[in-house]
Write a protein that binds this ligand. Structure first.
Ligand code: HEM
Length: 570
């Protein structure tokens, strides 16, 4: 019916063009010399080239359209009715986004562009099997299965791991990471993982990191927060945590403290370049490939931004490497990964510029792995504490009952803070710093949720949505309840990794998990007994980025907890 009606309309359009002089609604223009000109193709060209005034042009077009509508109302109404019927049939009323003919899911995407994570969560809750396919407009290769199904996750990340490598497409998308561990597959990945895992779990390295973290908290973070208490100023704790974790990560990766947390909040080009690179990486997920290619060809927009960021990153890392080489000859502190990597060049099997490139890629990957994830986790955790004073009180009580044996808590003492561990895990469940992962199958596959994926259909696993599925976490899945991580005896209750995915699952699971927990616990133990935060900003909304930062930061006033206690007592 639609086809027939469209044919009639098209035919009539042509007829109208030919017989326009017969249309009574154009009579005025037939008597108008300029309109007469428009009826002759040759003269119309002359008129066009001499420049018909725009308003007149609009008038002519309007009369054409009105004349056309007046002459063929039945055909137009029939076509419109068919289009509406088709749209009505396509429109989904089950809470899932519609893949419209021609447009694909663009209407739903544009309506929800500012709240992607919430949107995915809403429709995945309604979707059978917690998964749903999203398509791009006609002619684009966008065809993505979005899933929050733990069985799909176990299948992709563990059981069928070999069929879901990072692949060339991922490496091209994340080109700034070079051949580092995040982009690598096969032997190169296995070697890097073995090496990084051995270094990160080295006892001497862990002790050194615990010591340098404690010093940074005592000499950097605590005095800074004291200053905020005195000034009463509103501060962005997200910025503070980003600066802190940048310094902490640079200290254990390069053995250098870049001083990003200094009281004057200096602009550190390396940190700013990391922010820019991450922003571009996110937009690459959302931008049509054709437009990305044009940007690359013309070196404009996001491509230009990435190039500039890359130059800063490369220069900063080269400087750190040369600094470390100068010092490494005599130094034996073993507190940073760069020194450990420099010492195992023979094992890496690369020389000269090739080895330098290996060091650049490895250290940048570790910086990204360590800085943003931990700062994002701390930001959401401290925001949750402001909303849940009961949880904060339990953490305080646990810290008071388990004081440090020396000046600071050792790694083993931090491990014993079970309630704090549960509270951090609960925060990571609701606000995973890596909110989604992107996978592509080498060979066509069918996931446990029933969806078929293949070489053209990609998979997006929403880690953000996975923590918010009622069928997985129960009716109270949206509540912040650390107790769900504890058994009746008050011990930590294990949750299967395909269910709690914040640190990834399977062979590519995060190798910095223990280090991250130690660092986060050390920060909480340094801050919570001394300070209380009062939110002074607007809503906490996730930013659109590959890392779950807060869109407007975490604006707070910092209070001294002892002042609170004395006010309470008086
Ligand atoms: C709260 C903090 C952290 C969270 C939530 C987290 C989460 C994750 C996730 C989701 C992945 C998988 C990424 C992917 O494959 O695309 C990952 C991988 C990784 N993480 Fe973490 N991470 C954290 C902290 C750290 C720290 C402190 C380090 C130490 C440098 C680290 C090192 C790594 C490395 C090297 C990988 C790559 C593993 C591989 O591909 O085999 N992470 N992490």
């Amino acid at each position: 019916m639609l086809m027939v009606s469209s044919f009639i309309t098209v035919f009539r359009v042509e007829e109208t063009c030919i017989d326009v002089h017969l249309n009574p609604m154009l009579a005025t223009y037939i008597n108008d010399p300029e309109a007469k000109l428009a009826n002759s193709p040759e003269k119309a060209r002359t008129l066009h080239s001499t420049g018909l005034n725009n308003a007149k042009e609009m008038e002519v077009v309007s009369w054409w359209v009105l004349g056309f509508l007046g002459k063929y109302p039945v055909e137009i109404m029939a076509s419109l009715a068919c289009v509406v019927l088709l749209l009505f049939r396509c429109y989904r009323r089950d809470g899932l986004p519609t893949n419209w003919p021609v447009l694909g899911a663009i209407p739903a995407i544009s309506v929800n562009a500012g709240r992607v994570h919430e949107w995915l969560t809403e429709f995945l809750r309604a979707a059978p099997g917690m998964s749903h396919v999203i398509k791009g407009p006609l002619g684009t290769p966008v065809d993505v299965l979005v899933t929050a199904n733990p069985a799909d996750v176990a299948h992709i990340f563990t059981a069928n791991f070999g069929n879901y490598p990072k692949g060339e497409e991922f490496a091209a998308l994340f080109d700034v990471l070079g051949d580092g561990i995040f982009n690598a597959d096969g032997e190169s990945w296995a070697f890097q993982r073995r090496k990084a895992h051995a270094l990160l779990s080295d006892g001497r390295f862990r002790d050194a990191v615990a010591g340098s973290t404690a010093r940074k908290l005592d000499d950097g973070l605590v005095p800074l927060l004291d200053g905020f208490v005195s000034s009463g100023a509103v501060v962005d704790m997200q910025d503070v945590f980003m600066r802190l974790t940048f310094d902490l990560t640079a200290m254990f990766v390069f053995g250098v403290d870049p001083g990003c947390l200094a009281a004057n909040f200096p602009r550190v080009p390396f940190a700013a370049a990391m922010d820019d690179a991450e922003e571009v990486l996110f937009y690459r997920h959302m931008t049509p490939v054709g437009w990305l290619r044009i940007q690359t060809y013309l070196n404009i927009g996001h491509h230009k931004k990435m190039n500039q960021a890359r130059q800063v990153l490369d220069a900063s890392i080269a400087e750190f490497i040369s600094l470390r080489r100068e010092r490494a000859a005599g130094a034996d502190d073993g507190a940073d990964l760069l020194t450990l990597y420099l010492a195992c060049q023979a094992e890496v099997g690369k020389e000269g510029a090739e080895f330098d490139r290996f060091l650049r890629d490895t250290t940048l990957n570790l910086m990204i792995a360590g800085r943003d994830t931990t700062s994002s986790a701390l930001t959401w955790f401290f925001w949750l504490l402001t909303k849940h004073p009961d949880v904060e009180a339990k953490i305080l009580s646990e810290l008071n009952k388990n004081p440090p044996s020396g000046q600071h808590r050792t790694a083993a003492e931090l491990k014993r803070l079970v309630y704090l561990h549960a509270a951090l895990s609960e925060s990571l469940r609701l606000y995973p710093p890596v909110p989604f992962e992107h996978k592509a199958a080498v060979r066509p596959d069918t996931l446990p949720s029933g969806a078929a994926v293949g070489t053209t259909r990609r998979v997006i696993v929403s880690l953000y949505s996975m923590g918010r599925m009622e069928s997985v976490w129960g009716k109270d899945c949206l509540e912040f309840r650390p107790e769900r991580w504890l058994n009746e005896a008050g011990r930590l209750q294990h949750q299967p990794s395909y269910k709690f995915v914040a640190f990834n699952v399977g062979p590519r699971t995060c190798i910095g998990r223990d280090l991250a927990f130690s660092q986060m616990k050390a920060v909480v133990a340094a801050v919570v007994p001394r300070f209380r935060m009062e939110v002074a900003g607007t809503e906490a909304i996730p930013k659109l980025s590959i890392i779950l930062h807060m869109k407007d930061g975490l604006k707070v006033r910092v209070h001294n907890r002892q002042d609170d206690a004395s006010i309470g007592a008086s």
